[in-house]
Design a binder for this molecule. Sequence first.
Ligand code: UDP
Ligand code: MG
Length: 318
Amino acid sequence: MPTAPQLSIVIPIYNEQEALPLTVERLRPILDGLDVTYEVVGVDDGSTDATPVLMQKIRQDWPEFRIVRFARNSGHQAALTAGIHRAFGDHVVSIDADLQDPPEKIPEMLSLAREQNLDIVYGVRGDRGTDTFFKRHTAGAYYWLMRKLVGKRMPNQAGDFRLLSRSAVDALKALPEQQPVYRMLVPWLGFPSGEVVYVREERVAGSTHYPLSKMLRLALDSITNFSASPLRLATWLGLLSFLVCIGLAVYTTVEYALGSTVPGWSSLFIGMLFIGAVQLVCVGLLGEYVGRIYSAVQARPAYFVGYDSADDESEGRA
Ligand code: UDP
Ligand code: MG
């Protein structure tokens, strides 16, 4: 077992053949310039392009670059999970492979954590100017909702560019989450934290792997993973519909007393529709939770590791 490095960099990588070389080019001098021992854990999330070959090449002349490869595409959060779980460093920084998170901020994060003895340093997006209108607004709505669920502890616009101390990593590892959403779990830990503001740059090359479907999945995961608020919302909706029903009942009775019974149709109809809608919403929410219970009961791992270059090393040494 090699001695633990002082710093681990975790990079989830999925079909990044264009962006990865540029990322390595910019990241390496920064890490080499830091006066710490480090490792880079590149988690290949089942890439289907030239990324795996490229990663082997990178490793050949950069021994600090470790490769963890998934047997199939398991998603960004699963790749992050694998990287964070397998990192050995005293501090672990997660960063995207497309240079949207500037690696120049890593030294700042590390010195802030060390100086103030912080367990978490969030990279907070100061400006999303380069993101599309759509991304900015969906992200805005997402963070608004997440902060409602997790509370003010969750910094606004903090994505997955962040530093974690060994104790924060150990705490996260102890959680039995099947589908962890770190941007919520990390603030939820409540460990001492700080922030480093950065400008979210444009993707250097390639295109986003977060289509609307994956964004919605993340949003749903974030909500159901995290709180019973949606169930409470269902209860509130139920109460509201109850009140509306009482109102309608009073209205219908009055109409009846006045002798004009026929016009009751519309209110009946609205009432029926409303109750139907509320029931559907509730059933949908229950379905989300039942789905999660189901996946927890199945205890399927979030990922399958096909290869980890660290295993090679320990074999060689044995
Ligand atoms: N990624 C991944 N698995 C996926 C999708 C994305 O590991 O299924 C990685 C991707 O290579 C990148 C990071 O997650 O390093 C963020 O993805 P992307 O840049 O596509 O998302 P965006 O920045 O557009 O939200
Ligand atoms: Mg990106």
